[in-house]
Design a protein around this ligand. Structure first.
Ligand SMILES: Cc1cc2nc3c(=O)[nH]c(=O)nc-3n(C[C@H](O)[C@H](O)[C@H](O)COP(=O)(O)OP(=O)(O)OC[C@H]3O[C@@H](n4cnc5c(N)ncnc54)[C@H](O)[C@@H]3O)c2cc1C
Ligand code: SF4
Length: 323
């Protein structure tokens, strides 16, 4: 069944300040970047909006600077451009690997870093046409009163499934946010909360303008498991960054996507610092990850499989990066 897009107004600011002002002046307005997720959702009647603030004319968001001292990646940088930037591949291989797994080449030519970080959460009961959801009595996240995944609870468990965020979390990135009160810099982890209905901590009118990365020379990688190898959202995706000194861990950060309502920075990895990387350590990391991830029945693939895969991916990345 062909469903037309709802009617909306498109505003085209050319500066960050004008974008914030347009969003503040039009309650319910949404920022539009590449549109590869937002437009699909609007067609499905998800997150209806009277006004879209098109960010493609905001030149400020297009900066991509990557040197040994660190990197600044504008929110409007297209994912294909990010993946093709030689400095990113050399200094932040996890970020390049994650970018190359986002959707398909056609999407990556349009899709932006900001849109990927602010991607809506996903669930098999949510990413459906309006008539499908209506025949199911909708659900807590949009239009209904019950969560079909966990009917006894009162929260939505839809999963954050963007590929770029875990890579940036593992690398230790910060995010720059602009809003009615000006600009601020914050640890990327603070952009998210574990609530499938409201997983972003952005206040009204705020937008992500850039991510700022610390110096790159560290070993890092990203791997994900998906149903279709050609292109698909992650069932579980893991980014891992580590430093070694004399064959022992001197730093370790692990972050995940696809398993929780926010990208998850794994806790407790500092306790592994000083240890030699080998079978025993990888088994331990596997357990730590499995304990912290919370996959729910938001995909057709079983939750327990996604939990096991998350731990296994982390353990494998640890061993291969240290080798
Ligand atoms: C078939 C298909 C497969 C896909 N596979 C994957 C995949 O494997 N991995 C993956 O990560 N994604 C996947 N996607 C989702 C999507 O293509 C990407 O996440 C993309 O990076 C989204 O970026 P965008 O610029 O198109 O965002 P948009 O669709 O324009 O926006 C997404 C959301 O972010 C908000 N937003 C955009 N920019 C900003 C900003 N600067 N500040 C604040 N909010 C902002 C929008 O309001 C919207 O809510 C897939 C999509 C499709 C259709
Ligand atoms: S987790 Fe529950 S409330 Fe959230 S989208 Fe899925 S069915 Fe809806």
């Amino acid at each position: 069944m062909i469903v037309p897009l709802p009617r909306f107004r498109v505003l085209q600011p050319t500066s960050v300040e004008a974008a914030v002002a347009a969003c503040t002046a039009n309650p319910g307005a949404r920022y539009l970047a590449g549109g590869t997720d937002l437009i699909v959702n609007l067609r499905r009647g998800l997150g209806a909006s009277g006004s879209l603030i098109d960010l493609s004319g905001v030149g400020d968001l297009d900066v991509l600077r990557c040197v040994a001292e660190g990197a600044r990646i504008g929110a409007g940088v297209r994912i294909a451009r990010l993946a093709a930037e030689p400095g990113i591949g050399r200094l932040y291989p996890a970020l390049r690997a994650a970018a190359l797994t986002v959707a398909a080449p056609g999407h990556r030519n349009l899709a932006t870093v900001g849109g990927n970080l602010c991607l809506d959460t996903r669930c098999i009961y949510y990413n459906q046409s309006a008539w499908w959801r209506e025949s199911n009595n909708f659900c807590l996240k949009a239009g209904g009163t019950t969560c079909h995944v966990a009917p006894e609870g009162e929260r939505c468990h839809a999963a954050f499934s963007g590929d770029i965020a875990p890579a940036l979390l593992a690398i230790g990135a910060e995010v720059e946010i602009a809003g009615p009160a000006g600009r601020r810099l914050s640890a990327l982890a603070h952009l998210y909360r574990d609530d499938g209905r409201a997983h972003l901590t952005l206040a009204a009118g705020e937008l992500v303008t850039a991510v700022v990365l610390p110096p790159g020379p560290m070993r890092c990688a990203y791997a994900k498991v998906r149903v279709r190898g050609a292109f698909d959202f992650p069932l579980a995706g893991v980014a891992l960054a580590l430093d070694l000194a004399d064959g022992r861990l001197s730093g370790l950060r692990v972050a995940l996507t696809g398993t929780n309502s926010r990208p998850l920075l794994v806790e407790g990895t500092a306790a592994l610092v000083g240890r030699e990387v080998g079978e025993a350590l990888s088994v331990e990391l596997d357990k730590i990850v499995q304990k912290q991830v919370r996959p729910m029945r938001t995909t057709l693939t079983q939750s327990n499989y996604r939990r096991i895969v998350a731990g296994a991916l982390a353990a494998r990345l640890l061993v291969s990066l240290a080798a």
